[in-house]
Design a protein around this ligand. Sequence first.
Ligand code: FAD
Ligand code: NAD
Length: 484
Amino acid sequence: MTNDDKRPGGADSFDVIVIGGGPAGYPTAIRAAQNKLTVACIDEWKNRDGSAAFGGTCLNAGCIPSKALLESTELYHRLQEEFATHGIKVSGAQVDLAQMQKRKAGIVRAMTQGIVALFKAAGVTPLQGHGRLLPGRRVEFTAHDGTRRELSARHVVLASGSAPIELRSAAFQAPHIVDSWGALDLDAVPKRLGVIGAGVIGLELGSVWRRLGAEVVVLEALPDFLAFADQQLAKEALRHFKKQSLDIRLGAKVSGATVKGGAVEVTYADAKGEQHVTVDRLVVAVGRRPYSKDLLAAGTGVELDERGLIKVDHSCRTAAEGVWAVGDCVRGPMLAHKGKEEGVNVADLIAGRYGEVNYKVIPSVIYTAPEIAWVGLTEEQVKASGREYKVGMFPFLASGRARAMEQAAGFAKIVAARDDDEILGVHIVGPMAGELIAEAVLAMEYSASSEDLQRTIHAHPTLAEAVHEAALNADKRAIDSLNR
Ligand code: FAD
Ligand code: NAD
């Protein structure tokens, strides 16, 4: 007798069916199985070589491959720029892009196969192919070989993710005009690379190819750099990117891109009028849109908003009874950890347990060098709220560990309330900012005060001391920097 035969309703009936196996969907399935529910996870992702893989955008074409390339290229950059300062002489260093890409592909393969192993251990039924929600919590599953089955569930969780936004003025035209997936897979370093959008993808992938020697021009429509981040943080980051010769042009509105003679001619308008730039490859990174192609049959009761996001309440319930939605296909930041948290909370709510996502405390990280990370409110947002506040800063120049690492750039900044000292936001630009922010996230999750951080012992010498000293500086009691 198989597990399938033991299920009430038979092999095609589950407690939970998750459609989408990205970082929102696969954790939903695992947590539901941990909660002793019968679960199937349907995913249709196919890689460029035709192989099916769980993990969605994040593992196959997003977070993981981009971080693999960022790590490799940063090592190469540091070898060229820093090793001599350390007293290490290297000559003849060369980039082997094929090997770099092979390493990246190996990491992706290991991570996506890891999901299959996790499913097996948890007892999740993996189904590779397309899922379509029918009325009454039934799901039509079409396997990659075309065979069709109708499944049913007590609960269905939609986790169909997102797709890159295409610009009419610069439509994708591989290999010359590509999206972020194409930009991760270039097989040669372009001499000139254009990027439309100075957002997270533009900065991370622009950095990768710049470090490998491409001349990189980034065209950003908005007049402000990283307009959604704390502006002191954004200014500091921009200064460093300029030093790295990333040519970031703000207030640049692209009106056309034409492939001619193996190059791309891009036309844009800025404050000075119409401009042109010619590049060998153009990456369009102007945001992502929710993806729900062929996901919903007529009459399911699930509603989409005007941007195509699946409408959900605070707990990720859709308008249809027993149907939930999580991750990039619903409101909120398009981040893997946000989707994961929504998914595990939904799986707990389905099992009758407690579940809550604290949307006020979701960290953001940009994995450039220096790294950029923040959580909570920017100084501008706190100022606009009218609440009295204080700011504490600590420059990494004053950090012994950062200097030892030859990475003494940037600062840690904390914004705290004047009345009750609650930490309202933490903003870090500097070495390992993405790791350092975890302390601030935990502190804010527990509604800590800046004094709580001040009284917490931080090991010496560590980068984390920067957060400690920034908290002390909020009350002008810093020890290792001037209390300005
Ligand atoms: P997805 O990862 O898009 O997964 C959805 C899955 O559902 C896909 O496999 C899709 O094929 C499948 N699917 C869709 N419809 C159906 C259907 N009807 N039937 C069956 N299967 C279906 N975020 C971070 O937090 N940190 C980062 O460092 C980071 N880096 C990124 C770098 C890049 C280049 C990109 C593009 C994104 C990055 N992101 C990062 C964003 C992150 O990838 C997304 O927020 C995350 O993948 C969203 O997870 P998801 O599960 O909601 O959707
Ligand atoms: P984004 O929203 O971060 O940035 C897009 C940028 O393009 C914005 O600055 C926007 O003003 C600009 N833009 C929009 N239209 C334009 C136009 N016509 N011309 C010029 N500029 C234009 O989006 P992204 O960088 O594409 O990333 C997509 C999503 O993936 C984001 O939501 C992000 O959170 C996620 N992501 C996260 C990470 C990370 O967490 N490290 C890394 C990569 C991607």
